[in-house]
Write a protein that binds this ligand. Structure first.
Ligand SMILES: Cc1cc2nc3c(=O)[nH]c(=O)nc-3n(C[C@H](O)[C@H](O)[C@H](O)COP(=O)(O)OP(=O)(O)OC[C@H]3O[C@@H](n4cnc5c(N)ncnc54)[C@H](O)[C@@H]3O)c2cc1C
Length: 440
């Protein structure tokens, strides 16, 4: 697959210097992985007084954190309303997780503010229209439970949604007011700087290659040296590789494609998403759209990564923007790139204990910007011992590999065409119904 390159790489401010590990040392906590989860954990753990070392194979934000769409979404996947989360996790954990998620938009924007991070951002809400009349109704019905869970949201009918988004044809749905958008790579780099300022040590270019239980704790080996610590957090997400097979085999890696257009005229900017509130509908193969801070539309979605699919993806996703926003000048792909999310079967995140003091958090699916930021703060509290596993936001479980992990990579190949077909049927059915009503 040929990539034109990530827009965020072109426009994000540079990150801090993080020299590779050189020699052997000890710490209270080793965090492996410098995405939002690892960086937020390191920041909060260092602030709480733990001697914290973060090891990153490449550089801060190299993984999904520096490649995502930058939607700050204080809500779980649309299939997971409060009732469904309660069914899956039990009342106590569901309440804790829903509270954490509800506050997670504020967590992101507050962290940026408090630490003076140089992160282009807009906290003007996140829009979730239904993709059909039935989805619109489902979202409207879910609002009271979301409000009760502390989510700052309201329902917008079809006209309000179209007026606010400037996108004709959208159904009604939810606006989560504490959500918004950020430049994700700028945020990852800002978190790294803040973690260093709080006292954490970050070593980039320092892949953990082995984890060995060693007396009272763990020894983490990298090409440049080792770190010994009583506690270790694996925050390697979909890039875990062979470092921990039990962690890797608990998720399905899903490739997500992103494309950014050329800079568009001010007239378009004033018309489409004029409030810079990003939009993502309830389609299984979600339609998502936002502006970059330099005036480009960004969209994307799941792709099946084989052969020369990149060129097709570029054309396909640009033409998808035009289907929703027909009145646009010709669009060109000025940047395109991919990243991998760690998906779980029930779309819920996991906190796994691999051994005494050795944890892994994974599976924030496509909701990791806000959720990992908030989860990192919770994990830091667990690491300080000020809370127990029993009181943690997520159930802390033994590893639960998927039944046929060697087939995990195949799942998207089956899921994508099937879910796109269902989306088309549902959206088509509802467009027909709407048309029928208009004609009556
Ligand atoms: C294209 C795309 C779009 C998305 N859009 C959104 C969105 O708009 N909103 C949203 O909420 N979520 C979105 N997501 C999901 C979100 O980006 C992720 O859930 C989140 O970034 C995960 O953060 P993380 O820290 O767990 O993992 P990552 O950011 O993937 O970080 C893992 C890190 O671990 C490092 N690593 C791996 N192995 C080792 C090792 N052995 N030693 C040292 N380091 C190692 C990697 O280099 C990497 O930097 C999107 C994801 C993708 C891919």
């Amino acid at each position: 697959m040929s990539e034109i390159g990530s827009l965020w790489e072109q426009i994000a401010p540079a990150g801090p210097a993080c020299p590779p590990l050189d020699g052997d040392r000890k710490a209270d906590l080793v965090v492996i992985g410098g995405g939002f989860l690892g960086l937020s954990t390191a920041l909060h753990a260092a602030k709480a007084g733990l001697d914290t070392v973060l090891l990153e194979a490449q550089e801060a934000g190299f993984g999904a954190s520096g490649r995502n769409t930058g939607f700050v979404v204080p809500s779980l996947k649309s299939a997971l309303g409060p009732a469904e989360v309660t069914r899956l996790m039990g009342k106590e954990h569901a309440e804790r997780l829903l509270r954490l998620v509800a506050g997670s938009g504020r967590t992101v924007f507050d962290l940026i503010e408090q630490h003076g991070m140089d992160v282009p951002r807009a906290q003007n809400g996140w829009l979730q229209p239904g993709h059909s009349a039935a989805a619109d109704k489902m979202l409207k019905g879910r609002l009271p439970a979301l409000l009760e869970a502390g989510v700052d949201a309201d329902y917008l009918d079809r006209d309000q949604m179209q007026t606010l988004s400037g996108i004709p044809g959208l159904h009604g749905g939810l606006r989560v007011k504490s959500g918004g958008q950020i430049n994700p790579l700028a945020y990852a780099r800002g978190l790294a700087r803040a973690a260093q300022a709080a006292g954490a040590t970050i070593h980039a270019g320092s892949a953990a290659t082995a984890l060995t239980e060693d007396g009272a704790g763990w020894r983490v080996t990298t090409p440049g040296g080792t770190v010994e610590a009583r506690q270790v957090l694996l925050a390697t997400n979909a890039m875990t590789g062979n470092l921990s097979r039990p962690m890797r085999n608990g998720i399905v890696p899903v490739t997500i494609f992103q494309v950014a257009t050329q800079v568009l005229p001010d007239e378009v900017r004033a018309r489409i998403l004029p409030a810079m509130a990003p939009v993502a509908d309830t389609r299984r193969h979600t339609f998502a759209l936002r502006w970059s801070e330099d005036g480009r539309l960004i969209t994307g979605g799941m792709v099946v990564p084989f052969g020369n699919r990149m060129e097709r993806a570029r054309r396909g996703f640009l033409s998808r923007i035009r289907q929703f926003c027909p009145d646009l000048p010709p669009l060109r792909a000025a940047a395109s790139w991919t990243g991998t999310i760690a998906a779980t079967i029930d779309a819920l995140p996991r906190m796994v204990r691999f051994g005494p003091g050795l944890y892994g958090a994974i599976g924030c699916n496509g909701r990791g910007v806000a959720l990992t930021s908030a989860l990192g703060a919770e994990i830091a509290v667990l690491m300080t011992g000020r809370t127990t596993e029993a009181d943690f936001a997520l159930p802390v479980t033994d590893p639960r590999p998927l039944p046929l992990p060697q087939l995990n990579g195949l799942a998207p190949h089956l899921w994508l065409p099937w879910s796109s077909l269902l989306d088309r049927i549902e959206a088509g059915r509802s467009a027909t119904t709407h048309q029928d009503k208009k004609e009556l």
